[in-house]
Design a protein around this ligand. Structure first.
Ligand SMILES: NC(=O)c1ccc[n+]([C@@H]2O[C@H](COP(=O)([O-])OP(=O)(O)OC[C@H]3O[C@@H](n4cnc5c(N)ncnc54)[C@H](OP(=O)(O)O)[C@@H]3O)[C@@H](O)[C@H]2O)c1
Length: 417
């Protein structure tokens, strides 16, 4: 599929927008919360008046702070004087309004007494404390409540059916937006793994580094900026020992609007080779030691080196070895989830990415392809260290999207796990 719809221009106050564009805008602004709301989902909300004129959009900006509906309502009140003027308006939310009181109040209970004409949400919240309860509160108060993944008509235009393609696209985008949250809610308890995203930046022929080791930069600035946004959306970035030694990357989020954001990094260093020099590397210079996780292999890493790493404040943890001699990545991920990491972003190199693909634990793949061919028998391909015997067994992407990003091609999709 080629980029399903052109990205939407920001609506101005008073612009008449379609229900589809209201939901699309809610999906776009939801991502303003990236990096600040986990383990909550990113959520966006748009309010239009009875004539479908745009009034306000809001999002969940930070854990513990206002949910998207409350934020949108605050902005609505600035324009329309008071929340009570929501009566007769239409509300679009990317996720079912919550029913429970958590760090903040219930959004369904906030909206219900204000009597909006309708509340449309893209997908149901699988959190057992919500799961349809939010919708029940709203419909119980007489508000037309529509779950887009099940709906047949737009609430604002009861006689107008939803265009099937548009509806599927919006629901899928909402699921993609909330994929980490949905995964976390559906995978709980002992042995649960974090959501795993793998990212690769390669030449058109799949090479990630030259025979000499040179690899910076294969793709352009816009693709790299997108890479930084993806770092923001995950709890931790995973990097292999050799990449840290070769490139001394920081693995932080370098985006002007998120200056000061501190992310976590996981270094895969089975033999604890870098432990005594870790402080010299940028991954340990740009963040406090407790945000540096180091995975060593049980029975392989020198316990004295592990103790020295811990004494410096690094989060050193052990994972079992797999039969192949490499770290059992399921065990590593299980430990990370226990340490509070709900999503990881694997950035390579190939020695790290390959085993992830082989372990069948990758939820989402992002491949950025430069339109240059590097060739060379000894240049490294990103999938050199994983593989199948037969064509039919190839790992197949679902819901794939392809678009141009600057001069590069961005391909993303999910694996069924
Ligand atoms: N274009 C891109 O997207 C991209 C991204 C990142 C890196 N790179 C390039 O890739 C090159 C380095 O990549 P690389 O493939 O040589 O190395 P790497 O993936 O960075 O590191 C591999 C090493 O990490 C450890 N490791 C990773 N996963 C493991 C597992 N499951 N079990 C046990 N150990 C594991 C091992 O350390 P030990 O050897 O200590 O056992 C392994 O040798 C650099 O030139 C870098 O510039 C390119």
């Amino acid at each position: 599929m080629l980029e399903p719809r052109p990205s939407l221009k920001a609506p101005n106050l008073g612009d008449v927008i379609t229900p589809a564009d209201a939901m699309k805008w809610a999906l776009i602004i939801a991502r303003n919360g990236a990096g600040f709301v986990a383990p909550n989902p990113m959520v966006g909300c748009v309010i239009v008046d009875r004539d479908h004129k745009f009034i306000a959009g809001g999002w969940h900006a930070k854990i513990g702070e206002a949910h998207a509906e409350a934020d949108a309502l605050d902005r609505f009140s600035l324009v329309r004087g008071k929340p009570e003027n929501l009566a007769g308006c239409h509300v679009y939310v990317t996720l079912e309004p919550c029913a429970h009181e958590g760090r903040t109040g219930s959004c369904a209970k906030l909206l219900a007494p204000l009597k909006p004409a309708s509340v449309t949400y893209a997908i149901q919240d699988p959190n057992p404390k919500v799961a349809g309860q939010g919708a029940k509160i709203l419909s119980g108060a007489g508000v037309v409540t529509v779950c887009l993944s099940e709906a047949r008509a737009w609430p604002a235009f009861p006689d107008k059916p939803i265009e099937a393609g548009v509806q599927i696209d919006l629901v899928e985008e909402a699921e993609d937006l909330s994929e980490v949250f949905l995964w976390t809610m559906r995978n709980q308890g002992k042995g649960a793994l974090p959501f795993v995203t793998v990212k690769v930046a390669a030449s058109l022929d799949g090479r990630v580094s030259m025979h000499s080791g040179e690899s910076q930069w294969i793709t352009g600035e816009q693709a790299r900026e997108k890479g930084h946004r993806l770092r923001l959306e995950h709890d931790a970035v995973i990097v292999g020992r050799k990449t840290v030694e070769a490139d001394n990357p920081s693995m932080n989020v370098r985006l002007e609007e998120f200056a000061g954001h501190v992310n976590s990094v996981v270094l895969v260093d089975p033999k604890a080779k870098l432990m005594d020099r870790l402080k010299e590397f940028n991954i340990a210079k740009v963040r406090p030691p407790e945000r540096v996780f180091v995975c060593v292999q049980t029975g392989v890493a020198d316990p004295a080196a592990v103790a020295r790493g811990r004494a410096q404040g690094f989060n050193v943890f052990e994972a079992e070895g797999a039969k192949s001699g490499v770290i059992d990545l399921r065990d590593m991920l299980k430990k990370l989830r226990e340490l509070g990491i709900g999503s990881v972003y694997v950035e390579g190199g190939a020695g790290t990415v390959g085993p992830f693909i082989d372990h069948d634990i990758v939820n989402r793949l992002h491949v950025f392809l430069a339109t240059s061919v590097l060739g060379g028998k000894y240049a490294t391909g990103w999938s050199d260290l994983c593989g199948v015997e037969k064509l039919k067994d190839g790992w197949k992407l679902k819901r794939q999207r392809v678009k141009l990003i600057g001069a590069d091609i961005h391909i993303t999709g999910r694996f069924d796990l």
